[in-house]
Design a binder for this molecule. Structure first.
Ligand code: PEP
Ligand code: MN
Length: 333
């Protein structure tokens, strides 16, 4: 971190600042320019508040040289993280297709779609038991019973389960779940992220509706700082002025995240676009951009779905898309 001080600075304030920085176990490299003094800070600056320093009377400007996240940073962990869930692998060149309905509705529905998806080649099953709905009058999910149905679908097909936790009080019920999803609305639920850091299961961390890539990586850092390095990032579209799609899929997040972090990144084209008809194009674009996987909503009968039917593919459409993904991936190898 570099701090540029104002010319003609107050000596007392300068001494207070340098003492404060040294007390944080930082080494100070000071150099005098023609007009101003510059302090280079060496050491772990992750806990240093740049806004606070920038607001000091004697400070002209302050700049971080390194990103504020460490565990998630590719600089310190150059190799791709590969996350294994049963037979599935994500990251480091391993591609993972996760598919399933927005929400678990009945045993027939979830077990039926799980069988179809398994036969098509999906590697994991998604399905919400606890649903974050905008309206309190919409279907809220089957809760713990829904988790039980997901486990039945896993017992039948062997597909690992990905499902969303909405509140920490639900954590004990996730004991047998393979991958815990943190939804977009909870990306900055720091208390939840801290607790998930103590869990030894992969965490699928969706990007918040209005969050920057750095904020997203800082949320991953919360989980990792707690000791759980198994974080899968999921780009699911961000809020923009555009209304033609539900969100705007930020495909450029894929190469950016890959440069900044070693964590795998997958894409959710269903919540990103909000329309089944756009899911294929965005899935292929995500694969072309280097995504490590996709999480796609697929429903046995989208028109009768209790949640997000408009953006759900039929099993047939998913089969067709999976064939195109295979061809695309082979052409990129
Ligand atoms: C979901 O995947 O079911 C979901 C609610 O997604 P998001 O948190 O991205 O809106
Ligand atoms: Mn959904």
């Amino acid at each position: 971190m570099i701090i540029v001080l104002k010319p003609n600075l107050d000596q007392k304030q300068y001494e207070n600042l340098t003492m404060w920085l040294r007390n944080m176990n930082l080494e100070l490299h000071e150099s005098d320019g023609l007009y101003s003094k510059i302090i280079g800070l060496v050491g772990d600056t992750s806990a240093v508040d740049t806004d606070l320093i920038g607001a000091m009377e004697i400070v002209e400007s302050v700049k971080r040289i390194h990103e504020p996240y460490k565990a998630a940073n590719r600089k310190y962990h150059p190799l791709d993280t590969v996350i294994e869930v049963g037979a599935a692998k994500i990251g480091g060149g391993n591609f993972c297709a996760i598919a399933g309905p927005c929400s678990v509705e009945t045993e027939e529905q979830i077990c039926g779609i799980a069988r179809d998806l398994k036969s098509i080649g999906a590697q994991m099953l998604r399905g919400g038991a606890f649903k974050p709905r905008t309206s309190p009058y919409s279907f809220q999910g089957l809760g713990v019973d829904g988790l039980g149905l997901l486990l039945k679908a896993r017992a039948e097909t062997g597909l690992p389960i990905v499902t969303e936790i909405m509140d920490l009080s639900q954590l004990p019920a996730f004991e047998d779940i393979d991958v815990i999803q943190v939804g977009a609305r909870n990306m900055q639920n720091f208390q939840m992220l801290k607790e998930l850091g103590k869990v030894r299961k992969p965490i699928l961390l969706k990007r918040g509706l209005s969050n920057t890539i750095e904020e997203w990586l800082m949320s991953a850092e919360y989980v990792m700082a707690g000791g759980n390095g198994n974080v899968i990032l999921c780009e699911r579209g961000i809020r923009t002025f555009e209304t033609a799609t539900r969100n705007t899929l930020d495909l450029s997040a894929i190469p950016v995240v890959k440069e900044l972090s070693h964590l795998p990144i997958i894409v959710d084209p269903s919540h990103a676009t909000g329309h089944a008809k756009y899911v294929e194009a965005m899935s292929l674009a995500a694969v072309a951009a280097g995504a490590d996987g996709l999480i796609i909503e697929v429903h046995n009968n989208p028109t009768a779905a209790l949640c997000d039917g408009q953006q759900s593919l039929t099993p047939e459409a998913f089969r067709k898309l999976s064939g195109k993904i295979d061809v695309l991936r082979k052409s990129m190898a």
